[in-house]
Design a binder for this molecule. Structure first.
Ligand code: GLC
Ligand code: MG
Length: 260
């Protein structure tokens, strides 16, 4: 075989598969079983990488993994993109990633600022992480409160992102703490191009997966309104809105893009 017969890039079967868990990968047990079998085969045959990108803490991730018999990922992104693990959550998150998140973040000031707003109800202690503070707030209250909190944080010189998901969860995150930049970090780590990367999601904290670059995206049919609204204003050929829900929607999208 000569060099000119080397497989062209578009025919290389390996890809980077990155998916949100709740209401995306997980939600339909039969479809999940089928998708996991397909992914496992693909990983074995071609070295495809499987990554979970969840809003959950490592603790709540472990619960879900056991409940749903999730296959082991090649990397795990927890806490809305702010922690990256290569082993099933070990004690230490990737330090290089933590160093990227630190500038402009001050956990104490963010917590003190949030505490001034009685409307923000703190989530359980397990979900308060080194680079993520999380609260509950209703959509009605969120519209009025969020801009105020944002401007107070800005005045204090912090670079903090507020991400609202599922009409209830509000996360305070470092400027670069999101699932999309974590995905790109892993793509570079493994040398997999954006064209061979596909991300799947259903809610607000997944928007970063679809907006960060030219990676492919699959929005499952059951997506939440904040993501649907975003999609209505940001349609691109790289993003596919599936008809089917949960894992069945993912399989639909993977076939649409020719990954499977
Ligand atoms: C998960 C996390 C929660 C977060 C939400 C949205 O449910 O446990 O802390 O607010 O995702 O990102
Ligand atoms: Mg979700």
């Amino acid at each position: 075989m000569t060099d000119s017969q080397v497989t062209p890039k578009e025919l290389q079967p390996q890809f980077l598969f990155i998916t949100d868990l709740d209401h995306t990968f997980v939600g339909d047990a039969d479809a999940l079983r089928e998708l996991q079998a397909l992914l496992r085969q693909h990983r074995q045959a071609y070295g495809t990488k499987i990554v979970y990108a969840t809003g959950r803490s490592p603790q709540l991730y472990r619960q879900l993994k056991a409940e749903q018999s999730l296959i082991n990922p090649d990397a795990l992104v927890t806490s809305v993109g702010t922690e990256i693990y290569y082993q099933d959550p070990s004690d230490v998150a990737d330090r290089e990633w933590s160093a990227i998140l630190a500038p402009g973040w001050n956990r104490e000031i963010v917590a003190a600022t949030a505490a001034e707003f009685a409307e923000l109800v703190p989530q359980p202690e397990s979900e308060q992480r080194p680079f993520k503070l999380s609260y509950y707030i209703s959509p009605e209250l969120a519209a009025g409160i969020l801009p105020k909190v944002e401007s107070i944080l800005q005045q204090q010189g912090l670079k903090v992102k507020l991400v609202y998901s599922g009409g209830k969860d509000l996360d305070f995150l470092p400027e670069k703490g999101n699932k999309g930049l974590a995905m790109q970090f892993l793509g570079q780590h493994w040398g997999i191009s954006p064209e061979r990367t596909v991300a799947c999601g259903d809610s607000g904290n997944d928007i970063a997966l679809f907006s960060v670059g030219s990676e492919k995206g699959i929005i499952v049919g059951n997506a939440k309104s904040e993501l649907r609204q975003w999609y209505a204003q940001n349609r691109t050929p790289e993003i596919y809105l599936a008809q089917a829900n949960y894992a069945r929607g993912i399989v639909e999208g993977l076939k649409y893009f020719g990954f499977l």
